[in-house]
Design a protein around this ligand. Structure first.
Ligand SMILES: Cc1cc2nc3c(=O)[nH]c(=O)nc-3n(C[C@H](O)[C@H](O)[C@H](O)COP(=O)(O)OP(=O)(O)OC[C@H]3O[C@@H](n4cnc5c(N)ncnc54)[C@H](O)[C@@H]3O)c2cc1C
Length: 323
């Protein structure tokens, strides 16, 4: 009773960050509920991941089966139905990723469990789960309260929770027999197709300088490009800049673009719509330049400069270039 399960997501030999984000939040919830936190790891030859997860959970339940080498929602569902029905965790968290979206609704339907998707917050109130979700394209937040149930399920938005440096839990690694007896019937893994990455991968840079509609015209991009050069960063943009064709689509930051977590994010002429901020708010340091003091970007900025970008950016560039 009170146990929290977190489904570990991994792809091509890497544990995905959403797993660690969920484990951080899961630890808090398990404490609140007086239960234990369990990472659930499905795969084949995944000992290294199990070791990594053991620091972040009280227990790591590992189902090793060669049929689980690559994600397949049909097989994952079979294994998880068996694990969740046997062990009855109060809450099972799954990443709101392409894999999680494929898996969670069908799993919840088979187990007849309440499910909230794309959640950005959770708490328990009198043993009942409350989840926070964004509605109307992120303009409002809805607190969702569940009907009474012994078990709940939720998918968790990526980067909704930080990866925390927490005291290692030294969890026990427990091998669980695979309940699979046959290959998947309806779905088959064929191959990974890497998304095309342009000349620059903005998710890999320590410094991102992003430009928004405040730049007004494509010709003006040059001043922000110079700033990016001066700080050794890459140039990215908000959606209007991409939609206008001023920067390629792989430079878009936000909900329908890329999620970045650089050491430094400089937002130039960006208002800070929730769809933009969901892709950059986990950056270590955020500097916002905007002439409107009420712009929402200042709510997440570490440093804010309220002024005309056409005045500020050239001066900043000059100073940073040692001019
Ligand atoms: C389903 C959905 C998905 C979306 N996905 C994304 C996404 O992935 N990424 C994304 O970015 N958006 C996304 N959006 C769009 C989002 O809602 C906003 O419309 C967008 O982020 C606004 O971009 P912006 O801040 O550049 O422009 P605006 O909101 O127009 O802001 C421009 C800012 O520039 C400032 N400014 C103007 N002139 C100057 C000046 N001279 N000096 C200083 N500041 C100045 C203004 O004060 C203003 O704050 C999405 C929307 C939807 C509905």
């Amino acid at each position: 009773m009170g146990d929290i399960f977190v489904l570990a997501e991994h792809r091509q030999g890497e544990l995905r960050e959403v797993t660690l984000e969920m484990l951080g939040k899961g630890r808090e919830l398990a404490k609140q509920m007086g239960g234990s936190l369990k990472a659930v790891l499905l795969g084949h030859g995944v000992d290294a991941f199990a070791g990594e997860l053991a620091d972040q959970a009280h227990e790591v339940l590992v189902v090793d089966d060669e049929r689980l080498e690559n994600f397949n929602s049909e097989l994952y569902q079979k294994v998880l139905v068996s694990l969740l029905a046997d062990r009855k965790p109060t809450l099972a968290l799954i990443g709101h990723t392409a894999c999680g979206m494929d898996l969670a609704p069908s799993l919840a339907a088979e187990l007849n469990l309440p499910l909230a998707t794309d959640c950005i917050g959770f708490e328990f109130e009198d043993g009942r789960l409350l989840a926070i979700r964004e509605v109307y394209g992120g303009k409002l937040q809805a607190n969702v309260s569940f009907g009474e149930s012994e078990q709940y399920m939720a998918t968790v938005r990526q980067a909704a929770f930080p990866i925390q440096e927490l005291e290692p839990l030294g969890g026990q690694i427990v091998a669980v027999d695979s309940p699979l007896t046959e290959e998947a019937k309806r779905k088959k893994f064929i191959e990974y197709v890497e998304a095309a990455v342009g000349d620059v991968d903005i998710t890999q840079s320590d410094i991102v300088v992003a430009v928004g509609r405040g730049i007004k015209e494509q010709e003006n991009l040059e001043i922000v490009e110079k700033l990016a050069e001066a700080v050794g960063g890459v140039l990215a943009g908000s959606r209007p800049v991409i939609d206008a064709g001023w920067l390629p689509p792989d430079r878009q930051v936000g909900q329908s673009g890329k999620t970045v977590k650089p050491k430094l994010y400089i937002a130039v002429g960006i208002s800070g719509a929730s769809q933009h901020m969901s892709g950059m708010k986990a950056s270590d340091t955020i500097v916002a330049i905007n002439k409107d003091p009420g712009a929402p970007i200042f709510n997440v900025a570490t440093y804010g400069i309220v002024d005309d970008l056409f005045k500020v950016v050239p001066v900043l560039t000059e100073q940073l270039s040692g001019g």
